[in-house]
Design a protein around this ligand. Structure first.
Ligand code: HEC
Ligand code: HEC
Ligand code: HEC
Ligand code: HEC
Ligand code: HEC
Length: 297
């Protein structure tokens, strides 16, 4: 854990993203209001429902994430001797991928997020646990995180702009909610996803570090050419799905594995006792069709 914290400290300010607003929000509530997507849901109902059921919608409130963060805060940060290992480090250690919009929040608010995480897991009172989770639920990887903050091809997202794969100028965005619609070629590329789906951006150059991103490079080197979106955002009636299925969906996992088993009966002879036992010979062909390990993207 100490090595990890040191590595995080080394890259500290270099990774702060540009922010898409002239007046950065000062509190968790202001941030949630700025990234509110109720209006998007009014018109994009199906996409919203799919997204709501995806892990991206729970990138801060899923109980696995909350519990791991609680442990990281209490055992990793609070108990560390490293001077930089304070609760605001949660921003660079975890939040920059799980809720990148929080990168503009002042340190006091990051400390509050850390307190809410602990409250959501450990508070003896169920009402208090729920209240903390509700407050955190305004922050996640939502439409505007992908279609604004992480979507500009030049890495410099503009305020009140929706970036998308086509840049359709006939949308009602400008008239109804005041947003421009701008095309960004990033949306159909693997690099869009590996902005966050990488475990290796914090380790020194040359260090061996296996992640979805490095696994994908090996897949490409062997001639693989499917993008993350082609499998994880498969189109239904021309619209890319926003469900982002993964390892927890059986049907989806089955698509990733070709399994062929031939088995036939035989007999096993125990030469010491000269006894015969019924046995089975199995020939198993197992192929991973994904560009990453199974399990684990
Ligand atoms: C570089 C981006 C990045 C950073 C930094 C990051 N995560 Fe994640 N995390 C992800 C991605 C992407 C996934 C989903 C992919 C997966 O499950 O492999 C994920 C998944 C998780 C999960 C669910 C994993 C599971 O298998 O159930 C937990 C828990 C989690 N992260 C905790 C943390 C904690 C704690 C920190 C900070 C110490 C952290 N993450 C920092 C990108 C990141
Ligand atoms: C994790 C990132 C991510 C999130 C979150 C996300 N999107 Fe997308 N969205 C994409 C990507 C990537 C594409 C392009 C996929 C493709 O063309 O293969 C896309 C495409 C779209 C499209 C274009 C559909 C078409 O017909 O081509 C619409 C509309 C859209 N998203 C709306 C939304 C809305 C509304 C939300 C929130 C409810 C949302 N997205 C959340 C990544 C995201
Ligand atoms: C008044 C209805 C309305 C609202 C509100 C709205 N959209 Fe749209 N949006 C549309 C229509 C119509 C299209 C064009 C058809 C399509 O691609 O679904 C569109 C297209 C898009 C696209 C594809 C852009 C491209 O590349 O061509 C994205 C991404 C998108 N919307 C995201 C959002 C987000 C994010 C919000 C909330 C901030 C939002 N929309 C709010 C109606 C709306
Ligand atoms: C802003 C960072 C970010 C971006 C961009 C992003 N993801 Fe994620 N993704 C995450 C995090 C964090 C999680 C883990 C959330 C959780 O487990 O609660 C996740 C979860 C997932 C999962 C579910 C993993 C599981 O355990 O089943 C899939 C699949 C996935 N992402 C695919 C994609 C694809 C494909 C793209 C590109 C179109 C993408 N993501 C873009 C951060 C991101
Ligand atoms: C050829 C189809 C295919 C492509 C391309 C693909 N995936 Fe997957 N992915 C799958 C399948 C199938 C699974 C479920 C089996 C597994 O866990 O590997 C999966 C699982 C995942 C998971 C969940 C893993 C876990 O154990 O938590 C994540 C995260 C993920 N993929 C991200 C990505 C990203 C990011 C890319 C692009 C760099 C990508 N995938 C490219 C098919 C694909």
């Amino acid at each position: 854990m100490r090595i990890f914290i040191t590595a995080v400290c080394l890259i500290v300010m270099a990774m702060l993203p540009q922010f898409a607003s002239a007046n950065p929000p000062a509190t968790i509530d202001e941030l949630a209001a700025l990234y509110n997507i109720d209006k998007c849901a009014d018109c994009h109902e199906d996409i919203h429902t799919d997204w709501k059921n995806s892990w991206h919608a729970q990138s801060l409130t899923d109980s696995r994430v909350l519990r791991t963060w609680r442990t990281f805060i209490i055992n990793g940060l609070d108990k560390s001797q490293h001077p930089a290992a304070t609760r605001p480090l949660l921003k660079l250690a975890c939040l920059r991928c799980h809720a990148p919009q929080t990168m503009v929040l002042p340190d006091e608010e990051i400390t509050k997020i850390a307190e809410l995480v602990i409250q959501a897991v450990d508070d003896a009172d169920e009402g208090m646990r729920k209240a903390a989770k509700d407050k955190l639920s305004g922050i996640n990887i939502n439409c505007l995180v992908c279609h604004n903050e992480k979507g500009a091809a030049d890495g410099n997202p503009q305020a009140m702009t929706i970036y998308g794969p086509k840049g359709n100028k006939d949308t009602p965005h400008k008239d109804e909610i005041g947003y421009e619609t701008v095309q960004s070629e990033m949306f159909t590329t693997t690099e869009f996803c590996t902005q966050c789906h990488t475990g290796c951006d914090q380790v020194p150059e040359g260090t061996d570090c296996w992640s979805t991103k490095t696994a994908y490079k090996e897949y490409q080197a062997k001639g693989g050419d499917k993008t993350c979106q082609q499998c994880h955002m498969e189109k239904v009636d021309e619209v890319p799905s926003h469900r982002f299925p993964g390892v927890t969906e059986k049907d989806f996992v089955n698509k990733g594995i070709d399994l062929k088993v031939d088995a036939w009966k035989t007999t096993f002879v125990n030469h010491l006792t000269n006894e015969l036992f019924p046995a089975v010979v199995a020939k198993v062909d197992l192929k991973n069709n994904t560009p990453h390990e199974i399990p684990h993207g």
